[in-house]
Design a protein around this ligand. Structure first.
Ligand code: GKR
Ligand code: MG
Length: 436
């Protein structure tokens, strides 16, 4: 079997005005949909980062991909990622604090390979009549838990103004609890993640306390300010929330750098507070996991097939974390159903997935979904592995065409949360990490 064609579709999907320490989400999120065809008529699909950069990186690999056997993934990885140097140091350290997660230039080849690998695995599933999770070694769970991924936000549904805003403005603790209630009612999530680094730390502490009061002590809570806090502030928050984050919760990337997180850990432990720390900012490659373990900076690694280099690399990461005594969770960025299914398949095939995965899926809408049959259903906060072979979803070409038209109409080709913040909220806003 040989890969005979590679098609790329750049699309735009409505995204509400969500806030993080990086700034403000633009009205549209960008994605690239990849289609691979084989000479015996099987099609595989995947979804990855959008805009000009990721597309050009995929284009640049076209000749290495065409003519390959989709079963020979180790060789393809070697070929596409050989220039990546997983142990290379970069000035200022390896942390990608200054970047939006998923945009580290060091991970570019892994991101590009991931988009190809996932489409190849979809092909292998269809060729063998098996769901992808069973092609990559077999599932250890039939459905995968996701967390309610809460964001502070401005009013509005994003896009061209024609998209509903079910949640309204969420810029204080009370409305964040309301947003969470809507999420749990609609999706049944049983773990909660708050994207922090937006309001004064005291208000974010108060938000977590109100979430705890509303949802009770058995629902795990995590807060992720994306490095918005100094070491001192991280320790202060860790202390204030010792109770609320204690039951399978965690502090995610409270401050920049592994050295900072290591210091926070030391100081919290000295106070008898064992709240674990998770990261998708300071740990983005295997070598980082070792350093994180040696410094006791991170106890839970957030995987993400989109930038860790595909589903099999995430399985290796899962194994490495187990050996290092670390937990595993999953990071996300704005995405549609094809990505959700790739995340679900790999999470089903990682034995030591110790926390519900993140997903931005609730922030996107039916109107923009590109999979046939519409939105992927959640039940009890979980996504079930479908019976169909491969990823278990097919493209809706009319919807895909609409996504392409939207992309052609909009003026930007790269996510820039800082610029959006200056345009819509504060003309003088700058990303400052840590801010508090
Ligand atoms: O969507 O604004 C966002 C998030 O902040 C995202 O960019 C991060 O990658 O979800 C993320 C995280 O957990 O750090
Ligand atoms: Mg994070």
């Amino acid at each position: 079997m040989k890969i005979s064609s590679l098609k790329l579709h750049s699309i735009a999907i409505a995204d509400p005005p969500l806030r993080s320490s990086y700034g403000l989400h633009a009205p549209w999120a960008l994605r690239t949909v990849v289609e691979l065809d084989t000479d015996d008529g099987i099609k595989g699909i995947s979804e990855t980062y959008g805009g000009d950069g990721p597309r050009a990186a995929l284009e640049a690999m076209r000749e290495r991909v065409l003519g390959r056997d989709p079963f020979q993934l180790a060789g393809l990885y070697q070929d596409m990622c050989r220039e990546s140097a997983p142990n290379r140091e970069v000035p200022g350290g390896r942390t990608q604090t200054w970047l939006v997660p998923g945009e580290n230039p060091l991970d570019q080849n892994n991101r590009t390979f991931a988009a190809i690998e996932i489409a190849c695995l979809d092909i292998l599933g269809k060729a063998t009549g098996k769901p992808v999770c069973d092609v990559i070694g077999g599932r250890v769970r039939d459905s995968v838990p996701f967390s309610a991924y809460l964001f502070y936000k401005h009013g509005g549904g994003g896009g061209d103004g024609q998209y509903d805003d079910k949640y309204g403005e969420v810029l204080d603790p009370r409305s964040a609890v309301g947003e969470c209630r809507q999420f749990t009612d609609e999706y049944g999530f049983e773990e909660i993640k708050l994207k922090g680094g937006v309001l004064e730390p005291q208000l974010e502490i108060e938000t977590i306390r109100q979430l705890r009061a509303e949802f009770g002590p058995t629902v795990p809570l995590r807060i992720d300010p994306n490095c918005a806090w100094s070491v001192d502030t991280s320790v202060m928050v860790g202390e204030a929330l010792r109770e609320e984050l204690s039951n399978d919760g965690y502090l995610e990337d409270p401050c920049p750098e592994l050295s900072g997180m290591s210091e926070v850990r030391k100081r919290l432990l000295a106070k008898g507070i064992g709240t674990p720390q998770a990261s998708n900012v300071a740990v983005t490659q295997f070598a980082d996991a070792l350093r994180a373990r040696d410094l006791d900076a991170v106890q839970i690694v957030l995987s993400d097939p989109h930038y860790w280099g595909g589903l099999r690399q995430v399985q290796y990461l899962s194994q490495v974390c187990e050996v290092l005594g670390m937990g595993l969770s999953m990071h996300s960025n704005s995405h549609l159903g094809v990505s959700l299914m790739a995340m679900t398949h790999v999470a089903a095939a990682c034995p030591n997935l110790t926390f519900a995965c993140d997903t931005h899926y609730p922030w996107q809408t039916e109107k923009d979904e590109i999979v046939l049959g519409g939105r992927i259903p959640f039940s009890g906060g979980k996504v079930k592995i479908p019976g169909a072979p491969g990823l278990g979803v097919e493209l809706d070409y009319d919807q895909l065409a609409r996504g392409r038209e939207r992309y052609d109409r909009i003026p930007f080709r790269k996510r820039d949360d800082e610029a959006e913040m200056r345009k819509h909220v504060d003309p003088n806003w700058k990303r400052v990490l840590p801010r508090w």
